[in-house]
Design a protein around this ligand. Structure first.
Ligand SMILES: C[S@@+](CC[C@H](N)C(=O)[O-])C[C@H]1O[C@@H](n2cnc3c(N)ncnc32)[C@H](O)[C@@H]1O
Length: 466
């Protein structure tokens, strides 16, 4: 199988297997599964693996994060009537007027800030490329951002309606509006992104467009027979637009600092990205994939902890699962922290944000207790988590394919630190307690990370059969 990898482009996501589908996973899955059989992509993330195999196998796709299951659903689920309808899908008709109505509402809350942002970003980029007639735009932009209102901030920066602050009247009304939204999250104006993350992960104009498209998606009438399908496909396109437009890096664990000039220029380049255009490009890409790579019938998407999904009594009980593909987190970093913006945008429930010492954290995360913590990210629970999945696959007579890192995985790394010379072999021995045959395949990958460019790591596959 060979496909243009650009077509598979998806969310910016740590550990996405986009590149590895063709080079590494394809052969292993084909060795374990006949065409037409059922593959459960148990920790689907961007759904890159589900999508790669969807033309050949029936796909069940799962992830504990809601945003991930939305992306998978947009790409995989839909009966014949939906597939026939896709040619007529008209996002402007479905979303246009509700988007503009919300955008107008938010624009009226910060008209001067929007104008100033446009002009400062332009000047910052000129200054960064040495084409500015006057210098100082970078400092003016920093000061503009520093004065922006902060949700639930006791110090109440720019809170006086008459002080002429450029962020008025938003600054004065923010707390009141947020209190209202918490009581009725569906009310207008929809402003979660604007309130929580403008000048943090996005520009103000970008935040207004994100909120407004999100609002319009929820406003698709329940009388529309394709409401749920449209909601999934538009949300997936919006998630993609948000993911490629963040002024941070490929995740949302921390916003990028604008203290240094080169970083500010990089942020400014991101903040002029047009959200609507990215949304349309992502939507076109999803539609193209549906038309170029037809899916087999009967795909289903779940949003569950994998151990719960595989346990008796789950919706999987009416399914025959031939192969479970398990690609869990490799490290102690929880995806719910790194991708909290995507998860919160889907829930759109104005969660309480985490604070430390009375101030919001830089990352503007929801409170820790409402973020999912994975057993695969816990050094004390990771081994039991793998054992639980292996036992459940055995009980269901499913084959199991695991992706992991030989060197940097939480479990394999711990074994290595304990003096184990061959962590991959130890992993195989653990799995042989549940399966008759376990084969190891490894591939060297070059990682170009901070400070350790071109470090090679071994990507591990474990193929488990009865
Ligand atoms: C390495 S990423 C998967 C990448 C994916 N294969 C791709 O190509 O995009 C790990 C995923 O596991 C999910 N996850 C973590 N713990 C989980 C659990 N207990 N059950 C289900 N999903 C989980 C995370 O939300 C994350 O999306």
């Amino acid at each position: 199988m060979s496909r243009d990898l650009a077509e598979l482009r998806t969310l910016w996501y740590m550990g996405a297997k986009t590149r590895l589908c063709e080079e590494f996973l394809d052969g292993a899955v084909r060795d374990l599964l006949d065409p037409g059989q059922t593959l459960l992509d148990a920790c689907a993330g961007t759904a890159a693996v589900s999508r790669w195999f969807a033309p050949t196998y029936r796909i069940l796709s799962n992830d504990v994060q809601h945003f991930s299951s939305i992306v998978a659903s947009a790409h995989l689920e839909g009966d014949e009537s939906w597939r026939n309808y896709l040619d007529q899908l008209d996002h402007l008709q479905d979303l246009g007027s509700a988007t503009e109505e919300n955008a107008q509402w938010l624009t009226n809350l910060a008209p001067r800030a929007l104008d100033l942002e446009d002009s400062l970003l332009d000047q910052v980029l000129k200054e960064g490329s040495g084409n500015a007639s006057d210098s100082g735009a970078m400092e003016r932009y920093r000061s503009f951002v520093a004065q922006a209102p902060i949700p639930h901030d006791a110090s109440g920066i720019s809170s006086d309606e008459d002080d002429g602050g450029v962020h008025q009247p938003l600054a004065s009304r923010l707390e009141h509006l947020l209190d209202q939204r918490r009581k009725s999250s569906g009310g207008s104006p929809a402003m979660l992104c604007t309130a929580y993350w403008s000048h943090v992960y996005f520009g103000l104009r970008q935040s207004i467009r994100i909120d407004s498209i999100r609002h319009a998606i929820e406003a698709i009438p329940s009388s529309d027979p394709f409401r749920e399908r449209k909601r999934a496909i538009y949300l997936a396109a919006l998630l993609h637009a948000v993911s490629v437009s963040t002024s941070g890096t490929s995740h949302f664990a921390q916003p990028r600092s604008i203290a240094r000039d080169p970083e500010l220029v990089a942020v400014a380049k991101r903040r002029i990205i047009d959200i609507d255009q990215q949304f349309e490009l992502a939507l076109e890409a999803i539609l193209r994939e549906w038309s170029h790579h037809p899916r087999l019938a009967g795909n289903r998407v779940f949003c569950s902890d994998v151990q719960r999904l595989l346990a008796p009594g789950s919706p999987l009980d009416d399914e025959e699962v031939d192969l479970v593909y398990l690609d869990p987190p490799y490290t102690a970093d929880n995806y719910s922290r790194f991708y909290h913006v995507l998860e919160t945008l889907v829930a759109y429930d104005y969660p309480e944000l985490e604070s430390r010492g009375g101030s919001l954290t830089k990352g503007r995360y929801p409170k820790q207790e409402i973020r999912y913590r994975s057993d695969f990210c816990s050094s004390v629970r990771v081994e039991e988590a793998f054992r639980g999945v292996a036992q459940a696959c055995k009980d269901r007579s499913s084959r199991l394919l695991i992706s992991y890192s030989t060197d940097t995985g939480l479990l394999t790394g711990r074994w290595a630190k304990q003096g184990e010379q061959n962590p991959a072999r130890k992993f195989r021995e653990l799995l042989l307690e549940y399966f008759g045959q376990v084969e190891i395949r490894e591939k060297l990958l070059m990682h170009s990370g901070q400070g350790d460019s071109n470090r090679s790591v071994r990507e591990l596959l474990l193929l488990c059969e009865e």
